[in-house]
Design a protein around this ligand. Structure first.
Ligand SMILES: NC(=O)c1ccc[n+]([C@@H]2O[C@H](COP(=O)([O-])OP(=O)(O)OC[C@H]3O[C@@H](n4cnc5c(N)ncnc54)[C@H](OP(=O)(O)O)[C@@H]3O)[C@@H](O)[C@H]2O)c1
Length: 208
């Protein structure tokens, strides 16, 4: 697939490395522009680009930026794309967003409202970047780490679940974007590296 990655930090950099390694054609972008991505490009073989370039030409786009940066993204470039939202809301970093803080909206719904027309799927938000880099295992490995995947578009969710599996993690269907609060920070599945059964249990038992 042609994959665009927005954000070249801990999560974006990790997914650039891992997805390029799997043979995908990755274009990576950040806030400082393509020149700042030369080292990552040389290391991984990924193409450095602008946000516009990374999003517009991709079959799948990963957004891995501080949530507060989402309104600055060029929404038109994401229209119709499968967009993986790996972000979390941290008030100390992202400022006060009352509708996310009081759980009226999931952070992914808030993001989807700003990237109108994108087929947003929430994934990778609940695993530490280092574990995403190092802890992928072949399907069938006992205690393989599972990752919840939530979204409204079944086809988009299927594509993302396949990517999760290819990266070495068990994908678990976590419902719709409005249900994705179940995998946000401070939930049982957040940063706990559970297996598929554990993730299903965590999603089922969590209370707002
Ligand atoms: N770190 C983790 O283990 C982890 C795990 C799961 C989820 N997350 C979530 O994933 C997101 C990214 O986290 P991170 O730890 O990878 O952050 P990070 O290391 O600080 O990297 C953030 C990246 O976003 C880029 N960025 C910021 N504003 C941008 C804009 N307007 N346009 C394009 N790119 C922009 C930055 O560009 P520059 O490089 O040019 O500054 C940087 O490459 C956050 O929402 C975080 O909560 C993090």
């Amino acid at each position: 697939m042609r994959i665009g990655i927005i954000g070249s930090g801990q999560i974006g950099g990790t997914l650039t490395r891992r997805l390029q390694e799997l043979g995908h054609d990755v274009t990576v972008a950040n806030s400082r522009g393509p020149d700042s991505l030369r080292d990552l490009a040389a290391e991984t073989g990924a193409t450095p680009g602008t946000v516009e370039q990374a999003a517009r030409s991709a079959d799948l786009v990963v957004v891995a930026v501080p949530l507060k940066a989402v309104p600055q993204l060029p929404a038109a470039a994401f229209e119709g794309r499968v967009v993986v939202d790996a972000n979390n809301y941290y008030p100390q970093r992202d400022g006060d967003v009352p509708e996310i803080a009081d759980l009226s909206l999931t952070s992914s719904r808030w993001t989807a409202d700003r990237l109108t027309g994108a087929r947003v799927v929430k994934a990778f938000n609940n695993i530490q970047a280092r574990h995403l880099l190092e802890k992928g295992r072949p399907a069938g490995t006992p205690d393989r780490i599972a990752l919840p995947v939530a979204g409204d578009d079944p086809e988009a969710k299927r594509i993302v679940m396949e990517v999760v599996d290819a990266l070495g993690f068990d994908p678990v269907d976590a419902g719709t974007l409005d249900e994705s609060w179940r995998q946000q920070p401070d939930t049982p599945v957040y940063g706990t590296d559970r297996d598929a059964e554990g993730v299903r249990q965590g999603l089922a038992e969590v209370r707002p």
